[in-house]
Write a protein that binds this ligand. Structure first.
Ligand SMILES: Cc1ncc(C[n+]2csc(CCOP(=O)(O)OP(=O)(O)O)c2C)c(N)n1
Ligand SMILES: [Mg+2]
Length: 787
């Protein structure tokens, strides 16, 4: 393949990109361009497209000559017309959209439908084959690429990073990711930093850095940078060709050495710095403004061409400059272009890794949880059968999952330096943290090939997890509850991608995106206010579609059942919220299975028949406090009949979309049709309110306790008191119910409430004096009525 052939193919892709943005008729310029040939609403981004086309076609040449297994991840997803043009030229678009054949009609339809209502979106999206990144919010391409090549030793992900995108925090941190990548066991990422010099309306930092400054920066990260400069090169195609050849040879050599065991030092990976003009080969100047090689080419240039003669003339001259009729004769593309189309199985748009389903995805082998469940002292009269840390047993389960899937190597844990802190470290009995740069003799749990990915960048971890999952593997992201919100927006973008991808027929199943939120706000009494934030729960629950689940396992056995269910599920976003400190175990595995299945359950051991009122709780500490309240109520007002309802997952109730409800009965079955309900909730009370509102439960009979932004460095129990989720506040509510129901007199109610207020005052005095909770709180145990 000659450079001339590559140039021809790029010309075709450039024309097809521009045609999509502008044309609604006269697609082959067979007649003079008239206003009615131009779309009434010009929506798209031109400036980045020529650089994408240049890169894609050069990669095609490389793939064909070196027989590579390569996928393409595009950072500036607003350059979607270029992706679509390449998908069309390589034949992938026609494969998945037979109504867009690789013919004259196909070109017309593709151009017509781009950025058109009910047509194709303007940005990269899951309806485009080969795409694994929602193209709107910039910054995630590099981490996604690194996730995609983990445990795929044969794969290279070419990642085009925009120079504006490179200013984002997520991209800045992702440059470090080779430090986690064992060349023996993983594939490689080839970053191509596209310095077209501009963002939307200003210059980029990197675009204004000198070659020396850039080279030093990227050498410092651990790369071998290669500069391809369209301004300086006599023949930029020749330079790109030689650079790509060198880069691939370098990647293969590094992998070869690592795989035969002779690589002793930090691997250094190639990356390419590509300098091109923004809006390359388009209108140089218009209305006295420099367009090409300036930020004015970012979006639609000559956007007034439907109404302004001068702009239309410029647009027409530009479109004709591609001489598309020489490249496509109305039936066939030129032989040069055809020579640049890889064989079907190597086309980047049709990369099997990006499709999910049986070409890329294999469900996990999931051990049963029974061997890890706590059963020691469980019996019917004593449901509180010991104290166990949910996270410790979940860590053991993850260890067993690693072992059970050792052969396939398709499971990883992602954590921002918190595997130990979150008490999930049993996983290190089966694997280690991946870390490829120098190790010290005293480092622990580090290995080039560890299956735990730790880095103090939630953004990089999230990007990697997405890349890993979207290419058919499985992962869990474990985080402090408070700080996971730093990636809420990324999860939102992923949810959008998933929402559409689930409807795309040719995208097969993939694993769910699974989160563990621990070190929860209720146990941040040592760190205080800054470490309390249950907001991620709401972020996830507000997602559109019926595929987001937030679980609040009440104990360790339930946490195990939830974890297993999350790992078995497909195409969902799942969150497990659970504490790492030991807490009572209330449920046998069989009961836990039932709780998780139904999402909400009446716990018989803590419930009376024909109740006057209902206590409900979601969350482990909240459940414990509600049950403690019930034991107190039973002592103070034995005649008051109480029911306890545990809410295992709010999403099961159909948060946000009633069609998603999975609970087996209607809400009155659990909450009675008319009795008062006191809810003790792990997160913000507002969250529960929204759900009950959807159900039409009358606000008067519901009281919701939850996190109300009150916290500091204090005791565990005091943290709950400050937010009124403790047993005493709950009992005060029950006393009012008892008085209203005529079970106690108003006078008794007032007296008992005063006594509880006094108890709270004593509690406060106690914690101030002793720096800890009183023993009756710390050593509290459930007492069943018969005891
Ligand atoms: C996180 C984020 N912030 C802001 C934007 C708005 N935005 C869209 S394109 C763009 C400029 C991108 O510049 P660059 O990455 O250099 O892309 P290119 O020059 O190739 O078009 C910006 C700021 C965005 N999409 N995402
Ligand atoms: Mg740019």
């Amino acid at each position: 393949m000659t450079n001339e052939a590559i140039k021809e193919a790029i010309r075709a892709a450039d024309y097809l990109s521009a045609a999509q943005i502008y044309l609604t008729g006269n697609y082959f310029l067979t007649e003079p361009l008239r206003p009615e040939h131009i779309k009434p609403r010009l929506l798209g981004h031109w400036g980045t497209c020529p650089g994408i086309n240049f890169t894609y076609m050069h990669l095609n040449r490389l793939i064909i000559e070196k027989q590579l297994s390569m996928m393409f991840v595009l950072g500036p997803g607003h350059g979607f017309p270029a992706i679509q043009a390449n998908l069309f030229l390589e034949g992938t678009l026609s494969k998945y959209y037979p109504e867009l054949p690789r013919t004259k009609e196909g070109i017309e339809r593709m151009a017509q439908r781009f950025s058109w209502p009910y047509g194709f979106p303007s940005h990269s999206n899951p309806e485009a084959p080969g795409v694994i990144l929602e193209g709107g919010e910039l910054g995630y391409s590099l981490a996604t690429s690194f996730g995609a090549v983990l445990d795929r030793p044969e794969l290279i992900a070419a990642c085009l990073v925009g120079d504006g995108e490179a200013e984002t925090g997520p991209t800045a941190t992702a440059w470090h990711l080779p430090k986690l990548l064992d060349p023996a066991k993983n594939g490689a990422v080839l970053p191509i930093l596209h310095l077209n010099g501009y963002k939307i309306s200003g210059p980029t930092f990197m675009g204004r850095m000198s070659d020396t400054e850039l080279s030093e920066l990227f050498r410092g990260y651990g790369y071998e940078p290669h500069i391809v400069d369209a301004y300086a090169a006599e023949d930029v195609h020749q330079v790109m060709r030689e650079t790509l050849d060198k880069a691939v040879a370098h990647i293969h050599f590094t992998q070869h050495c690592a795989r035969e065991g002779s690589l002793r030092e930090n691997p250094r990976w190639p990356m390419i710095i590509l300098r091109t003009p923004k809006g390359w080969h388009s209108i140089k100047e218009l209305g006295g403004k420099r367009i090409e090689d300036n930020h004015y080419s970012h979006q639609v240039i000559a956007d007034g061409s439907r109404t302004k003669e001068e702009e239309r003339v410029a647009l027409e001259a530009w479109l004709r400059s591609y001489r598309f009729n020489e490249l496509f004769d109305g039936e066939r593309f030129s032989p040069a272009i055809e020579s640049l189309i890889p064989s079907p199985e190597r086309r980047m748009g049709d990369s099997p890794y990006t499709m999910g389903g049986e070409r890329a995805y294999q469900p996990l082998v999931l051990p049963e949880v029974t061997s890890l469940a706590y059963t020691a002292t469980c019996h019917i009269d004593n449901p509180q059968c010991g104290e166990v840390s949910s996270m410790e047993v979940v860590g053991q389960y993850l260890r067993d999952v690693v072992r059970a899937n050792e052969g396939v190597r398709n499971f990883r844990l992602f954590s921002p330096d918190e595997t130990y802190s979150n008490k999930l470290h049993a996983i290190f009995e089966a694997t280690a943290r991946c870390f490829v740069w120098p190790h010290k003799a005293w480092d622990k749990d580090l290995a080039w090939d560890g299956r735990v990915v730790e880095m103090l960048s939630e953004h990089s971890l999230q990007g990697m997890l997405q890349g890993y999952v979207l290419t058919g593997r499985h992962g869990v992201f474990a985080s402090y509850e408070a700080f996971v919100q730093i990636i809420a927006s990324m999860v939102d973008q992923y949810a959008k991608f998933l929402h559409i991808a689930r409807e795309v027929q040719w995208r097969g199943p993939i694993a769910s995106l699974n989160y563990i939120l621990t070190s929860t706000g209720w146990r941040q009494e040592h760190n205080g206010f800054s470490h309390q934030n249950p907001g991620f729960i709401d972020d996830v629950l507000q997602r559109q579609g019926c595929f987001s689940n937030v679980y609040f396992p009440a104990d360790a056995n339930t946490a195990l059942v939830v974890m297993r269910r999350m790992l078995a599920s497909e195409r969902e976003i799942n969150v497990l919220v659970g504490e790492k400190r030991p807490l009572p175990v209330w449920r046998t595995v069989a009961q836990a299975e039932e709780d998780v299945r139904s999402g909400i359950a009446i716990w018989e051991f803590a419930s009376d028949a024909d109740p006057h009122m209902v206590f409900a709780a979601a969350g482990d500490y909240m459940t414990k406090e509600a049950l403690a309240a019930i034991t107190l109520v039973r002592k103070l007002v034995p005649a008051l009949r109480v029911r306890f309802v545990n809410i295992n997952s709010l999403s099961a109730l159909g948060m946000g979309a009633n069609g998603c409800r999975v609970i087996p009965h209607d809400l009155d079955y659990y909450f009675t049709p008319d009795k008062p309900v006191i809810v003790n909730f792990h997160g913000y009370p507002q969250t529960v309110k929204q759900i009950l509102f959807d159900y039409g439960v009358s606000a008067e009979r519901i009281t919701i306790h939850g996190y109300v932004e009150s916290g500091s460095t204090t005791t565990v129990f005091d943290m709950m008191v400050r937010n009124s989720v403790d047993r005493y506040h709950l009992v005060m509510e029950a006393l009012r119910v008892a008085a209203d129901a005529g079970v106690i007199t108003e006078a008794t109610c007032v007296k008992e409430i005063a006594a509880l207020e006094e108890r709270l005052a004593q509690h406060r005095a106690y914690v101030v004096a002793h720096g800890d909770d009183p023993e009756d709180i710390t050593n509290w145990v459930w007492e069943s009525r018969s005891l």
